[in-house]
Design a binder for this molecule. Structure first.
Ligand code: ZN
Length: 279
């Protein structure tokens, strides 16, 4: 696909930026895992509008009562402006996050969801608006199955080269389509290529989103072979680790196969795989 090739080329050019993002100062945040309940991190999210409501199937996750004063807000509340993204999550025990970026892609995402469902594991999907827009059914499935959906911009640009106005547009449009398809606006944001700047942190905070980067990069987008992806994730496994993989942007069949191998292994090793929770 031409678009895949374009994305690959952009990625190859920007591999340095991604490495910078991952190697920044330790950004461990005072955030909590969702604990044993493993429910998605949505304590005060907005109620979907009538349009979204009718498009969505009932979900046990969405039917949980809201906490706080019980009044749903129109937007996630503003968060404080960070100066670096969160790179790992603090929590008790052997807890890790699996994250999948750039999707959803109907060729790969359903297989990833099937594997997660088989092992009763929840993950985080940082979706691009332009992918989410024509795969709304997959976002609805993510909601139904308890996964967290985060904002990964509309078209996966290098945000640090854009004006503030365009950055805002990339982020807002994506949150809009996520709200329509998933039922709630995202509480988490990840900059493409791990390239962050002050405007991105400020805008994300204004939109009520926390910036989540990663600890371990599987580099699955380089299609290094299923075994290599499995090895990277298993050798990088440790409490608090956030794993980066991809469910779109090219041929992700290796990523799909790798998950089938490392997921049961991580569970055998005693890891609790969960989703981020806002404290
Ligand atoms: Zn990406």
């Amino acid at each position: 696909m031409q678009k895949d090739q374009l994305l690959m080329r952009r990625r190859a050019l920007l591999a340095g930026a991604a490495a910078l993002g991952a190697a920044g100062a330790a950004g461990t945040a005072g955030l909590l895992f969702s604990g044993s309940s493993d429910t998605p991190a949505r304590s005060g999210g907005p109620a979907p509008g009538p349009q979204a409501r009718s498009a969505l199937k009932p979900s046990a996750y969405r039917l949980q009562p809201l906490t706080g004063d019980g009044a749903p807000r129109a937007e996630p509340g503003p968060t404080r402006v960070r100066h670096e993204p969160i790179l790992r999550i603090s929590g008790r025990g052997r807890t890790m996050l699996l994250t999948f970026d750039d999707g959803p892609d109907p060729r790969y995402t359903p297989h990833i969801l099937d594997t997660l469902a088989k092992y009763d594991v929840r993950a985080t999907f940082f979706v691009c608006g332009e992918m989410a827009d024509w795969n709304r059914d997959l976002l609805a499935r993510m909601a139904d199955e308890g996964h967290v959906v985060g904002n990964h911009t509309w078209s996966h640009p290098l945000l640090t080269q854009l004006t503030r106005r365009r950055i805002r547009s990339e982020m807002e449009r994506t949150s809009d389509v996520i709200e329509k398809a998933y039922g709630e606006r995202p509480l988490w944001f990840r900059a493409p290529y791990g390239a962050w700047n002050r405007a991105i942190f400020q805008l994300g905070a204004e939109m009520g989103m926390e910036p989540l980067a990663w600890t371990v990069d599987s580099l699955d987008w380089t299609t290094p072979g299923t075994g290599t992806i499995v090895d990277r994730i298993e050798s990088g496994a440790a409490p608090g680790v956030v794993v980066l993989s991809h469910d779109a942007g090219g041929d992700r069949s290796q990523s799909v196969r790798a998950l089938r191998k490392y997921l049961p292994q991580l569970l055998d090793d005693g890891y609790h795989l969960t989703v981020p929770r806002r404290s």
